[in-house]
Design a protein around this ligand. Structure first.
Ligand code: SF4
Length: 689
């Protein structure tokens, strides 16, 4: 028995699913995962995990893992050696760049991959290929929140930590479903609410678990958030409840902003949002009475045409009431993927170097040009929306994408897939043969987090180390190694031996990571950026200064944009979102038996009223049609939704389709984040029960 026990290995890792950033020990024997054991020392979750963190790891050993490079030959893919595949990738990318210019290639990075892998990929795009056409999936989720916060307080991330949220007197949750999307964070809120008298206000279309527990739950009309936010802010000002001292000392643009609110009366808000005056006053009063208020929001806010403006309105409300810079206050745009924060932070964005220094800033560019010994492109590149349109317009000829199921998760899937079809050359690097890989010319087998070293950054800006548990399966390799090998075949002379060297390089270039190093991230140690050169980190932002040159925040006037409506024949509003058990399109959780045996498939939520009107019951099969596509799905009748509102989970269906076959290509004006939440459909009944 002693022998057997000694072969059990315990390795610290960080969850590869949501942005909460739970960490725990993985117990393994050979390639078998025995259990996941959370530890007190974990800075975010302590001894908690959710079902995905606990049971969602079998995908690592799935028989469907890619283990060899694949090259397209006509309609088939054939196995190739690494040398053949990499030589082909390098020669085709070079040929297309030399013929059509560096702007003719797009680079999509992965929020599932590490900070170091995102760093090396943006360096590859910029320094080796000469293009800023590099983006990641934050474009599909929190880019509008980042933009709204950059306008008002200067840093695009969460203002404090998850523990700070638990310390708040009032938590306002807008367009987010943390109990399913950020489960361990939701547990903290539930506990504070139950045991410590924390108040909870939820504003959402759908009566989800936190909504059921809330002290105040409001269901506005879809797409009307900016109006009620502005009306509540105006009411607070009209009552003289604003934090004058805070505004005088720490905020610019106050008078102009107050003037901009003139039309947002309670009467106007009641008419346009469907929320009663009494309820808006109740919310304003709760905010006024709480000593500390924090706002949590997610895709219900950010996946709209006016999303940056609505995110700005949330931040404006927090500024007016002095709710920044103290524990329990601040803005929390909840990040989706485990490392979407880090992907942005480490520069896979078309306008930003690592640490949010602008590519257009000459001084910053000069710093990178000196360090990398190359001339860098001056103009911001294409974001992923512009890449898709660029392919359709003939400007973009090739793409290199890793760890992103773009064929299903970008909006208007048919349009996106048609773009992939037109590409002259498409490289996809993934752990599975994804839907996106079906369109590739070369598929490169990558290794998931358990097969490599690295760091992830969670929603609260916390950088955490994960350690290699197994060797990469078959011939698969860590993404950073593959990118290095492609770069070296294109004239680079890189010799990174370990991700710590990439982190050291990022720390030497980006001031917000100045004090980050692997020595300071050993095991359970973590750092919350900005990190000073001496290693002191910043869990709570804005205690003394906002992140603008004069240290003051800015109130930023905004206008409401009505949501997109496809036309009267599409009579049902379609909302969509996550499910506790499955993650996004399901590429990883569908391959984890511990999860699929609990929740095998997706469904459509239909209100009892609508089900009665249409004569259907739970289990009915329906066809949903939008101007962009069609899906077939089974119905669940539930009072979580009301009236003509439908709710569909975003994991993919048995036939390979998913909710984004229905969504459009319209997007937030500022950030180009698709308006996933602005869709109406018609529903036909195929089987009533
Ligand atoms: Fe992983 Fe998020 Fe669940 Fe934590 S809450 S275990 S980070 S999926």
């Amino acid at each position: 028995a002693a022998m057997r026990k000694s072969r059990i290995k315990r390795t610290k890792t960080v969850c590869t699913y949501c942005g909460v950033g739970c960490s725990f020990e993985v117990w393994t024997k050979d390639r078998k995962i025995l259990k996941i054991e959370p530890q007190e020392a974990a800075p975010v979750n302590g001894i908690s995990t959710c079902i995905k963190g606990k049971f969602g790891w079998d995908f690592v050993n799935s028989e469907e893992r890619l283990t060899k490079p694949l090259i397209r030959k006509g309609d088939r893919f054939v196995e190739a050696t690494w040398d053949e595949a990499l030589t082909l990738v390098a020669s085709k990318l070079k040929e297309i760049r030399d013929t059509h210019g560096p702007e003719s290639i797009g680079y999509i990075s992965s929020s599932k991959c590490s900070n170091e892998e995102n760093f090396i990929f943006q360096k590859f795009a910029r320094a080796i290929m000469g293009s800023n056409n590099v983006d990641n999936c934050s474009r599909y989720c929190q880019s509008p929140a980042t933009a709204g916060l950059m306008r008002t307080v200067g840093i695009g991330g969460d203002s404090g930590t998850i523990r700070d949220i638990a310390a708040s007197e009032l938590v306002v949750v807008i367009g987010a479903n943390p109990a399913e999307s950020h489960p361990v964070l939701a547990t903290r809120v539930k506990r504070a609410h139950k045991l410590h008298g924390q108040k909870l206000a939820v504003i959402d279309l759908r009566k989800h678990e936190l909504a059921e527990r809330a002290d105040l739950f409001l269901q506005p009309k879809p797409g009307s958030d900016l109006i009620w936010l502005s009306a509540v802010t105006k009411y607070i000002l009209d009552q003289g409840w604003e934090d004058r001292a805070f505004l005088n000392q720490r905020v610019n643009g106050v008078d102009q902003y107050i003037q901009s609110l003139e039309k947002y009366t309670l009467e106007y808000a009641e008419k346009t949002t469907g929320l009663s005056k009494e309820n808006l006053i109740r919310l304003a009063t709760m905010i006024h009475e709480a000593q500390s208020v924090c706002a949590l929001w997610a895709m219900g806010v950010t996946q709209h045409i006016g999303a940056t403006d609505t995110s700005t309105a949330i931040s404006n409300l927090l500024l007016i009431t002095g709710n920044y810079g103290r524990p329990g206050t601040g803005a929390y745009p909840l990040r989706g993927h485990n490392n979407v924060q880090g992907a942005c932070d480490f520069g896979t964005m078309p306008a930003w170097f690592p640490g949010y220094e602008a590519v257009q800033d000459e001084k910053v560019r000069a710093k990178y040009e000196k360090a990398w010994g190359v001339k860098l492109p001056e103009k911001p590149g294409f974001n992923n929306h512009q890449m898709v349109e660029g392919v359709h317009d003939g400007k973009l000829k090739a793409m290199y994408l890793f760890g992103e199921e773009m064929a299903l998760v970008d909006s208007n899937s048919n349009h996106v897939q048609a773009a992939f079809d037109k590409l002259q050359f498409f490289v996809v690097q993934d752990i599975f043969f994804s839907k996106t890989a079906q369109f590739a010319d070369v598929v490169l087998p990558a290794a998931p987090s358990l097969e490599k070293d690295g760091t992830f950054t969670n929603t609260e800006r916390r950088i955490q180390r994960f350690y290699k548990v197994f060797e990469p399966l078959g011939e698969s390799k860590p993404d950073w190694m593959i990118i290095q090998e492609v770069a070296n075949r294109l004239g680079a002379n890189w010799s990174y031996k370990h991700p710590s060297e990439l982190m050291a390089e990022a720390a030497s270039l980006a001031p917000v990571f100045a004090g980050v190093s692997y020595e300071r991230l050993e095991q359970w140690d973590s750092l919350v950026w900005p990190v000073a050169p001496n290693g002191e980190d910043s869990p709570l932002l804005y205690q003394e200064r906002f992140a603008f040159p004069d240290g003051k925040a800015k109130l930023f006037p905004v206008e409401w944009t009505p949501p997109y409506e496809p036309g009267v024949e599409y009579d049902l509003h379609l909302n969509n979102g996550r499910l506790l058990e499955h993650f996004h399109e399901g590429n990883m959780t569908y391959k984890s038996k511990g999860i699929t045996h609990k929740v095998p498939s997706e469904w459509l939520e239909v209100s009892p009223e609508l089900a009665k009107e249409r004569g259907i019951e739970s289990g009915a099969l329906v066809r949903l049609t939008s101007p962009y596509g069609v899906v077939k799905v089974r119905v669940e009748v539930t009072d979580r939704v009301r009236g003509n509102e439908l709710y569909l989970t975003m994991n993919s269906f048995d036939d390979g389709s998913a909710v984004n076959y229905l969504t459009s290509s319209y997007h937030d004006r500022i950030t180009h984040t698709p308006n996933f939440k602005e869709m109406s459909v018609k529903m036909e009944i195929l089987e009533p029960t």
